[in-house]
Design a protein around this ligand. Structure first.
Ligand SMILES: Cc1cc2nc3c(=O)[nH]c(=O)nc-3n(C[C@H](O)[C@H](O)[C@H](O)COP(=O)(O)OP(=O)(O)OC[C@H]3O[C@@H](n4cnc5c(N)ncnc54)[C@H](O)[C@@H]3O)c2cc1C
Length: 429
């Protein structure tokens, strides 16, 4: 049995390791066009900012793959020949497979802006983007970031760390308020402005200006929905960070069915025989009216990789999304979200605590007193404890009584738990 995995991100790697565990004798090949070895994509910014070397972003020694008997192939796969159970690489190599996993990740969105492909314009997704960035920041005085999500702010911080003035063009009326509730979003607005970056809300990119030799020298921007070409802002780097979409290029050219992503059932089988897909590139099909699901975070890639491996080896276990969790940093503000916050569930109620400086926040979302989700900003909480509250459907009072257990740094946390519990119990009564 030969398992071939395209992509060495967290999904591909999780699949390869699970397959090795389950099938000690099968042949496993993992292919990537991006890098020889798996590295941690979320660490891209830390490499640029000098907090980590590239070597440190690799969770496994280079020799690990050989020890695991997982063959690594460097190259871009250009097509899948489903009937022949074979794949073709850009340099003419061909490989046959018994089962194939597409773990091709995502790609930065581009919305057809004039000038979007000029030199100096880029996204932040891959090592290739990182390499481009080193060139693009040379001599740059201003960078414009288009789009207001997590990756946009990371790229903004990277430029800012080099002394480059940064302007953020954000379509929303408050930062990432399509995901963050108003108070959290306002905290991020304030943090961005306090850092000295120029945040322009309710604005959009009209086009990127060409300096006459194919390089960006500015952007045309305007208030959302305004007519005309907009106003010019000179800059030398443009970051396009208006979200990512599943990378379905390979699947599409190979006639494997796609919607927004590569279509899979919940065992992660595509519509093509012996071909599977998982992670950022996959779109899980739902029956009936419920929208298909695309999950594009690290831990869901890991979980889907494991299920995909089991399916490739004949299993029929379905992927079961756990309790939703995400964590990130908005500049210096730690952010954690658990469960269902911002879903607009029928009957949901919110309890919110903020410290006096509005630099820390805790939000509980509950329905009939049962906690269904919460956000923490400016504080770190223990994953194990927080998941338990949701999994076991704890009441608000019980959660408030247990806060001390969740604080990551109990000494520091003592100062807040009493205040949070008091504020929230008071608001309930
Ligand atoms: C800057 C940044 C910061 C992030 N921070 C966080 C975070 O803090 N927390 C979090 O949960 N998530 C974060 N994410 C998202 C997270 O990194 C992704 O969800 C995760 O990497 C997806 O893993 P994957 O294996 O599905 O895809 P990927 O990691 O994208 O791996 C896919 C691989 O397949 C390769 N590939 C694609 N097509 C081909 C082909 N035709 N031939 C050969 N190789 C191919 C790609 O080059 C890539 O190496 C971040 C993402 C970015 C870009």
């Amino acid at each position: 049995m030969h398992l071939v995995i395209i992509g060495n991100g967290i999904t591909g790697v999780s699949a390869a390791l699970r397959a090795r565990e389950l099938a000690p004798d099968c042949k496993i090949t993992m292919i990537s066009g991006e890098s020889d070895f798996h590295y941690s994509r979320p660490a891209l910014m830390y490499i640029f900012m000098g907090h980590m070397g590239y070597q440190e972003t690799k969770p496994y020694e280079n020799s690990f793959w050989c020890d695991q008997r997982i063959d690594l192939v460097r190259g871009w796969v250009t097509s899948v020949e489903v009937e022949d159970h074979a794949i073709a690489l850009h340099d003419g190599r061909r490989l046959s497979y018994d089962k194939l996993l597409l773990a091709t990740g995502a790609e930065s969105n581009k919305f057809g802006w004039p000038g979007q492909d000029l030199d100096g314009v880029q996204g932040l997704y891959s090592l290739m983007d990182l390499k481009k960035l080193y060139t693009n920041v040379e001599g740059a005085r201003r960078g414009v970031i288009v789009g207001g999500g997590l990756i946009g702010l990371e790229l903004a911080e990277m430029l800012h760390s080099r002394g480059i003035d940064v302007t953020l063009l954000v379509r929303e009326s408050s930062y990432w308020n399509n995901v963050l509730p108003a108070e959290e979003s306002e905290m991020v607005n304030r943090a961005i402005r306090a850092s000295g970056m120029d945040l322009r809300l309710s604005t959009e990119l009209k086009s990127v200006v060409d300096n006459g030799s194919g390089r960006a020298c500015g952007v045309m921007w305007a208030a959302v929905g305004a007519d005309g070409d907009g106003e010019q802002l000179d800059c030398q780097v443009v970051g396009l960070t208006a979200g990512v979409s599943p990378n379905k290029t390979l699947a599409s050219v190979s006639n494997i069915d796609c919607g927004r992503g590569i279509l899979v059932d919940w065992t992660l089988r595509t519509h093509a025989k012996d071909v599977f897909a998982a992670g950022d590139c996959a779109e899980l099909e739902n029956d009936g009216d419920e929208r298909n699901k695309i999950e594009q975070v690290w831990y869901t890639g890991k979980a889907q990789g494991v299920i995909a491996a089991e399916s490739m080896l004949g299993g029929d276990k379905e992927y079961a999304p756990g309790i939703w969790f995400n964590s990130a940093k908005f500049l210096d503000i730690e952010y954690q979200t658990y469960g269902q916050v911002g879903f607009g569930l029928p009957g949901e109620q919110h309890l919110v605590w903020q410290d006096k400086q509005a630099s820390r926040l805790f939000r509980i979302v509950h329905i009939d007193n049962i906690v269904v989700g919460f956000n923490a900003m400016g504080m770190r909480w223990r994953h194990r404890v927080c998941e338990k509250w949701l999994a076991e459907k704890w009441t608000v009072d019980r959660v408030l009584a247990d806060l001390a257990d969740a604080g990551f740094d109990p000494e520091f946390f003592k100062r807040f738990e009493g205040e949070i519990a008091l504020t929230m119990s008071g608001a309930q009564n």
